[in-house]
Ligand binder design. Sequence first.
Ligand code: PLP
Length: 410
Amino acid sequence: MIDAGQAAGVGAALSRRIRRITINPIIRTLNLVRALEKQGRKFANFSVGEPDFDTPEHIQEAAIAAMRRGETRYTTSDGTAALKEAIGRKFQRENGLDYRVTELTVGAGAKQVIYNALVCTLDEGDEVIIPSPYWTTYPEVVTVCDGTPVIVPCSRSQGFKLQPEALAAAITPRTKWLILNSPCNPAGCVYSAQELRALSDVLLRHPQVMILSDDMYEHLLYDGLAFATIAQVEPNLRDRTLTVNGVSKTYAMTGWRIGYAGGPETLIKAMGTIQSQATSNPCSISQAAAVAALNGPQHIVAERTAVFEQRRDRMVDLLNQVPGFACESPRGAFYAYVDCAGLIGKRTPQGTQIDNDTTLAAYLLEYGGVALVQGAGFGCSPCLRLSYATNFEEIDEGGRRLREACALLF
Ligand code: PLP
């Protein structure tokens, strides 16, 4: 948020639109950690959600080969023919969804794809239903696009999942979208096909509502769970569902910036139009790399997921040893979402009152040497989100630091 002082000076030039939103708290924490690390501080860093693994070798090689072939120029605005073909095959192979080329789009990360979809569809006052806890970006992008986020709290006792009755109660004539995210960042909850079926039954009664299914963590599923996505579960919703996915998490390609979606042709075309004016096209070399990721061997994905599952177990075990923390085992993605209610109201040895999860996260960063993100950023407090997409040593060290720092609170 821009403060009043800034608004009177250079800030006066800034639009009402940008003044409505804040910098992403995850990115803010990461920037702070990087600045402090430059001063020599060392952190157990659980703030950012990106695999610590390298992008697989064959994907890197495909990028190098693309450069050597001269694929260094502008591409078709919303994705090369080769990448769309690979995406079409992926949707068919893994989700049983058939999309024509004209129903596919590629952007600079799923984040841009989501932004494109919302900017193309929201007018002032249009409502977007967002179950909370949610990925920080959803309400902010809705707001920037003149829409109204309608946050539907989902309780821990119901596994943080949207219930059909709560969905039905939240829908109004102004509802344009429902955003679903399974496996979920930050709660790690996973909707079964049966649960999606129950939500579909509500949605079928409201034809004005489109569904944005954010499937970014599709492959990060544990305990033998099977993945389900709503357009597959209820084919009658296919023509009003945008199925969003990307290569960032599945193939350890966060920096390459490739996300994609399948959806209704009119929407996909509009998304291509905004992209053609905003960024022209996603990076040509990254697109070639994404083709190799989607068409290449997939065994590495399952191998890495097995490692994430072990890390999850270690992380949850350690977190439950921290005084004042309570954490269930997440079923997917790579985040632990800890209930820290037991620490709210306590004092730090420095005399600060821990009045909410933001103060607690700041204390843990400054005095505990642990970087994590407060639940306030995800619309569900008092909680803390810790990414366990990092090595066992860091998880162990972070667990030790958290135990020590929290034991000092009184
Ligand atoms: N959706 C969810 C739920 C995410 O957590 C993220 C990234 O953290 C994204 C989308 C965006 O991914 P990218 O823009 O890297 O493709």
